[in-house]
Ligand binder design. Structure first.
Ligand SMILES: [Ca+2]
Ligand SMILES: [Ca+2]
Ligand SMILES: [Ca+2]
Length: 160
């Protein structure tokens, strides 16, 4: 009987805990601007800005929107950000959200600063880049679920 009682108490406590957790969240549901939600969820809802390098080795980043060429894009590792923690399959590039060209992911020190970066490749037609575009953005997530975003300048070429 003692064991039974203890078990019921534990069970009741767990139920109470779950209920209280639910109740505790209610005051914050309608207050997205409170310090609480901002601080706690900023990392989840606001993407971390990361440095990307479209066409490593080129500063002008020429892209011919009409071509079928593959565009290499590096996500660069920084002091507070490990690019190799990015899930390549979560990454979308360009207005049309091109996905990583299969089996082309490379982990290497693209900018030669001593840390490993992530090098991805995208098919130009999948990106949705159009003549006159001056910037292109990339979004993605780390394996830990942290949202990231980055952008780089481009120069469109081969346009009439
Ligand atoms: Ca570049
Ligand atoms: Ca670096
Ligand atoms: Ca590096």
């Amino acid at each position: 009987m003692k064991n039974m009682n203890r078990e019921s108490i534990v069970r009741a406590s767990l139920v109470l805990l779950v209920l209280l957790s639910g109740v505790a969240l209610i005051p914050y549901v309608d207050l997205p601007d409170t310090l609480f939600s901002w601080r706690l969820f900023a990392g989840l809802y606001q993407p971390t800005s990361v440095a990307i390098d479209v066409i490593p080795g080129s500063d002008t980043n020429p892209i011919d929107p009409e071509s079928e060429a593959v565009i290499p894009v590096a996500i660069l590792t920084a002091a507070e950000f490990d690019a190799t923690a990015v899930d390549p399959l979560s990454v979308n590039f360009g207005p049309r959200g091109a996905e990583e060209d299969d089996d082309q992911v490379q982990v290497e020190d693209v900018d030669e600063d001593g840390d490993l970066d992530l090098l991805l490749h995208f098919q130009t037609p999948d990106t949705g880049i159009q003549c006159g575009d001056t910037h292109v953005s990339l979004t993605g997530k780390t394996f830990g679920g942290r949202a990231i975003e980055g952008s780089d300048s481009i120069t469109t070429v081969g346009c009439n």
